[in-house]
Design a protein around this ligand. Structure first.
Ligand code: F6R
Length: 242
């Protein structure tokens, strides 16, 4: 595990984007696992800048998003489909057919999970999985539980996750109660993982996740078992690592 702490958010963003562009430059057909939420926004901004400067092309890359809310229309500004377009896909040259995001509006959600798993199987392996971290230690929307699920599945979001994400909605009542998420098996199968964590409010959980006992009640602790994990922390999130 390689942990880097940054005093400056911009440097963190550039380092995160640099890892992704470095991979895609060397391996244009790379399979990228993407996260949403507040954490990767600055990294996506840097990716767009790199693309606009002609430093990288995503024409041959494939992407798989970690998750999507259930029942939120795709064109709702807070859907992860809309988020990805707004922050990345509308500004780079990735062909639409190479983008994968679970469909939280599919008529049969269980079938949709199976379909997503099949697409992931066809891609064989994610080369680089980008992750944020929930305050309760979730990765993707794999919430703390007695056991964890390997493949893509339907989850009920924990109240604390809905509260954390309420900042993006008019009120907590508008935050969906369920989501589809890639499972921890798929996440851990990625060749490399880039975990990005920001903010004082995540300092304790990221420290427990990376140094505490491995347990399904803190899903991110399983990342300790991954052979190629890179962690980027801002100074506030990294305070217990100093
Ligand atoms: C998002 C995702 C979640 C977030 C996590 C942190 O696709 O899978 O695990 O990474 O909830 O969210 P932010 O970055 O908004 O603090």
């Amino acid at each position: 595990m390689n942990i880097h702490t940054f005093e400056n958010e911009q440097e963190l963003n550039e380092a995160g984007a640099g890892i992704i562009t470095g991979l895609v430059q060397m391996q244009p057909g790379a399979v990228l696992g993407l996260a949403t939420g507040g954490t990767p926004v600055g990294i996506y901004e840097e990716l767009v800048k790199a693309y606009k400067k002609g430093r990288v092309s995503f024409k041959k890359s494939t992407t798989f998003n970690l998750d999507e809310y259930v029942g939120l229309p795709e064109d709702h500004v807070e859907s992860y489909h809309a988020y990805m377009k707004q922050h990345l896909f509308d500004h780079i040259d990735i062909p639409a057919g190479q983008i994968h995001i679970p469909d939280g509006n599919a008529p049969d959600l269980i079938e949709e999970c199976k379909r997503y798993n099949k697409e992931l199987e066809k891609a064989k392996q994610i080369d680089l999985q980008i992750l944020g971290l929930g305050h309760n230690g979730h990765i993707g929307f794999n919430e703390p539980d007695h056991s964890l699920v390997s493949g893509t599945h339907l989850v009920e979001l924990k109240q604390e996750t809905r509260e954390a994400n309420a900042r993006f909605f008019a009120s907590i009542d508008e935050v969906p109660t369920h989501a589809l998420t890639m499972g921890v098996g798929t996440i851990l199968k990625a060749k490399s993982i880039l975990l990005v964590v920001r903010g004082e409010d995540k300092a304790e959980i990221v420290h427990r996740a990376l140094t505490g006992p491995i347990q399904t009640e803190i899903p991110a602790t399983l990342l300790q078992t991954h052979p190629h994990l890179v962690v980027l922390l801002d100074a506030a999130a990294g305070r217990y690592f100093k």
